[in-house]
Design a protein around this ligand. Structure first.
Ligand code: FAD
Ligand code: HEM
Length: 415
């Protein structure tokens, strides 16, 4: 792509940004109409609420605007490529996306999309697509042949606390499972009868690596009352979590992807720097995997786990046991709805919503340690608040890692 072409692309960005919503709706509507098989890949909820199309268009426009300085986009590339590989996206899919995306650009730009601008945009799209395809080829190589769905049998399901269940999944082929890094997730795919398609969702692995099973921990998405222009109100529970919990008992078979994800503790690096795990609700899942792994392989490593919950804490007994075994592990629990059986200092530490300012900055947050790594997982607003607090305490952004249980990224929501 030459200088002239990159200028042509940049010149059209303001108009494309202005019509971002229109582009995303035209692009996906037309693509899914002509290629209905792609409904099996895309999360229908993120299509309806526009979150996924917005994320994709924002990345493409951000890429084109910063074509000479891509360093800021690298973390996003990792998130995209890992997500794509966990969903089985292949190079041939990029051809389809490219055609419909550029058609949507042409529709929005009108006469400004001259043949020369069109060629320049094709170059820009393929520059980005090839970077993603290249990284994805590398990841698929690391997956060593498991690049599509693999059949797993549900071995057992355990209720952790109200509405949260752990699934123990064993590969049907009985072969040893590949290692993953604690914090990573798998995608699971099930048929959703009401849509007539498969729907895939991601679930963090909630146990340290074991060679014969993977464990995930799923919260039932009860949904809420919504309203639209046709009917005044309707109730819509989450699709996949309810199918898993209500229909996927022991013996059922599920499609599972190779573990993936860029939110992980790098166990290949033998660092002994303190870790601070900050979670809320089912955000506990990847933290259990991290805490279990550290307890097994680096038992003395300082780990502070701060968890916020309304009522009961998933894995409460397990965490108490871990603390007895691992003297490096300390916890602080924020609980907003206490039960009669709750005991201060035992089942909880604070009876209010998580507030990091209430903690000891040195012992609970290791703020005086320049190498402390922070792992955060929970609802979006919670993660934004927690990371803002850490930044206000001069923690560098590079040491704050967030796992968003959705598509797009935190910053995207802020803009
Ligand atoms: C990296 C990653 C890791 C994750 N790890 C975990 C984990 O460990 N544990 C866990 O429980 N979850 C995890 N998630 C979230 C999980 O992937 C699912 O998003 C979650 O289970 C909800 O999926 P669902 O199919 O049940 O709900 P969906 O069907 O996706 O619905 C989501 C919400 O949208 C609403 N909705 C759906 N359709 C409509 C409609 N037509 N109109 C209005 N509202 C609608 C529903 O009411 C619901 O509240 C993770 C996500 C990611 C990205
Ligand atoms: C240059 C091309 C592309 C870009 C810039 C891009 C960008 C993105 C982004 C930003 C996300 C959200 C990642 C996250 O935060 O979780 C995403 C997810 C996704 N992408 Fe792509 N993508 C591209 C190509 C493709 C192709 C070719 C396909 C397949 C047809 C595809 C299918 C998906 C799916 C299914 C998801 C997950 C959606 C969800 O969970 O809601 N993408 N992509």
């Amino acid at each position: 792509m030459n200088y002239q072409q990159s200028k042509l692309v940049k010149d059209t960005i303001p108009a494309l940004r202005e019509h971002g919503e229109r582009i995303t709706s035209i692009f996906y509507k037309n693509m899914l109409r002509d290629h209905p098989e792609l409904n099996n890949y895309f999360n229908s909820v993120n299509q309806k609420n526009g979150r996924q199309p917005r994320a994709l268009t924002a990345v493409i426009l951000g890429f084109a605007a910063n074509i000479n300085n891509l360093s800021e986009l690298v973390p996003k590339f990792e998130r995209m490529s890992n997500k794509h590989c966990s969903l089985g996206i292949k190079p041939e899919h990029y051809e389809i996306v490219g055609v419909y995306l550029l058609r949507a650009f042409a529709e929005v730009l009108g006469p400004a999309m001259t043949p020369t601008v069109q060629v320049a945009w094709e170059k820009a799209y393929w520059l980005l697509a090839k970077m993603l395809i290249g990284r994805e080829a590398q990841l698929y190589r690391d997956f060593q042949g498991w690049s599509s769905w693999r059949k797993f049998k549900v071995d057992r399901v355990v209720s952790e606390t109200e509405g949260i269940y752990s699934f123990y999944l064993k590969p049907q082929d009985g072969k040893k499972l590949p290692k993953f890094l604690p914090g990573q997730y798998v995608s699971l795919r099930v048929q959703v009868p009401e849509s007539g398609h498969y729907q895939a969702r991601q679930y963090s692995l909630s146990e340290a690596w074991r060679e014969d099973y993977y464990r995930i921990t799923v919260k039932r998405d009860e949904g809420a009352q919504y309203s639209n222009s046709v009917s005044t109100s309707y109730f819509h529970p989450g699709a996949v979590s309810n199918i898993l919990i209500d229909q996927m008992g022991a013996g059922e078979v599920i499609d599972v992807s190779h573990p993936a994800g860029e939110f992980f503790l790098d166990t290949n690096n033998e660092s002994t720097q303190p870790l601070v795990l900050i979670s809320a609700g089912v955000g506990v899942a990847p933290m259990i995997s991290i805490a279990n792994t550290v307890s097994e392989s680096q038992p003395g490593r300082p780990v502070s786990w701060i968890h916020g919950s309304r009522k009961s804490i998933p894995f409460e007994d397990h965490i108490a046991q871990l603390k007895r075994k691992n003297t490096g592990l300390r916890t602080k629990i924020f609980k907003t709805q206490l039960a009669r059986s709750d005991v201060a200092g035992v089942t909880y530490d604070f009876d209010f919503r998580m507030d990091l300012a209430a903690l000891n900055p040195a012992d609970d947050l290791f703020l005086r340690h320049s190498g402390t790594e922070y792992y955060i997982c929970g609802p979006e607003l919670f993660m934004l608040e927690v990371s803002a607090y850490l930044k206000s305490q001069s923690v560098p952004v590079a040491r704050i890692k967030c796992e968003l249980f959705s598509t797009g990224d935190l910053a995207l929501k802020q803009t």
